[in-house]
Write a protein that binds this ligand. Sequence first.
Ligand code: SAH
Length: 250
Amino acid sequence: MFRHLLNIRNTRKTQTMAWFCSGSTNNELIENLFKAGLIEHERVKDAMIAVDRAHYAPSRPYSDSPQPIGHGATISAPHMHGHACEYLIEYLKPGARVLDIGSGSGYLTHVLANLVTGASENAAQGQVIGIDHISELTDLARNNMNKSEEGSELQSSTKVSFITGDGRLGWKEGAPYDAIHVGAAAEQLHPTLVDQLRAPGRLFIPVESENDGSLSRGQYIWVVDKKEDGSVHKEKVFQVSYVPLTDAPR
Ligand code: SAH
């Protein structure tokens, strides 16, 4: 249902909704996203309410817009974080293993960790690895998470770790993953990432559309499912605007 809603939503409407979703507190922002239908699952709402965006986007924490975090990177808008969790939710069960590529501020890594870890017995195995190719940003993500007791505990228990490396290669040491999120636009649907999915598992990735010489070049989210029998199904779901997944700056 949610997927169909997104398919028909045009950019202008999303921007208008986003404007109305901004809040004066973290709770207000997330409740507004929920009321607008941009977040549908209570689990996603609770995981986002539990992470104060002020620790990750200090300039305008409760605005539903992307914010610069230095080194040419941005923290994505809250509604995009919500969409990513909604698309991955079936694969974010307590105990799941997750890779967050282009972890940037560390905000989504923290939210994903809230979804797959917790007090239940099943949740004990839950782990999220954030990977970014700029070491200053993996440091920033660690520091941001350490601003809260819960974030600090997730790191000291190694349920969350941040690694500096080229996310286009995934992180095979931690594979297989139930879910892989990519937070920057790839030039292609990297097969290595699909290889690192569990069966079943799901990849959420923005990809630059083929440059066919027309003016219609753009980025689209692809949802790639590896089924239990190992077969792979790909679906192009909606248009987006992300910073590119690139070579590391020298
Ligand atoms: N999810 C993050 C998005 C940050 S912007 C957030 O909301 O905070 C995208 C990030 O992708 C940037 O931090 C950038 O440094 C990172 N990135 C770009 N190319 C990369 C690559 N090849 N490998 C790993 N990270 C990359």
